[in-house]
Every structure is written in C-alpha cells, then in structure tokens.
Ligand binder design. Structure first.
Ligand SMILES: [Cu+2]
Length: 108
C-alpha cells in the first residue's frame, strides 16, 4: 500500500498537478488542534493576520489548517506564527513553510 501511494505521488508530481519538490514554498500551513466552531477559526485568522509581514490567513475548521500568505517578498517568522496559535488558545501540531517543517516551537 505504501509503495502504491509513493508511485501515485510520483505520477501526480510528474504530471504537474502538484508543485515540484524544489519549487519555492511561500505560504505557511499550520495544522491546528482545538478549534470547535467558526468563531474559533475567525478568531485565529484575525490573530494570525496581525503577525508581522502576514498578508492573509485562511483558517479552515474542517481540515484544521491555517494557511498564511506573506506580504510581497517578506518572510514570516514561523516562531511568531506558532506562538500566535498557542496564545490564541489552540494547539499547533505541525507547521510547514519556507523555513522548513516543524512539529514543535520553531527556533526563530
Ligand atoms: Cu469556537
């Protein structure tokens, strides 16, 4: 099963449906546990938008993800985003962005 998934992933990447592995990642996606309703999602979105250099933040309650878009040519601190989620009262479990992938508070 695992091998099949890897093959499928390769086919999808080769057909260009997904960005190639070396394409620059600009957005940051955070997996967030602990949101219960649309109010939670809106609250978190507002707080993430207030972080330095953030242009947009879309929080999806169903998929438990927050997608953060940086302002033009700016780099958003993964640590600042992670801490914003924690301060808002939710639990970040994974952050994927230009600086890498984190499953605990990023160092900078
Ligand atoms: Cu709520």
């Amino acid at each position: 099963m695992r091998t099949l998934l890897m093959v499928l992933g390769g086919v999808i990447a080769a057909t260009g449906l997904l960005p190639a592995a070396d394409a620059p990642v600009e957005n940051t996606t955070i997996t967030v546990e602990g949101m219960h309703c649309a109010g939670c999602a809106k609250n978190l979105s507002t707080k993430l938008k207030a972080v330095k250099c953030v242009k947009g933040a879309e929080v999806d309650l169903a998929t438990k993800t927050a997608k953060i878009t940086p302002a033009d040519k700016e780099k958003v601190s993964p640590k600042a985003l992670w801490e914003t989620v924690v301060k808002a009262g939710y639990k970040p479990t994974k952050l994927v962005g230009p600086s890498g992938t984190f499953t605990e508070t990023p160092g900078a």
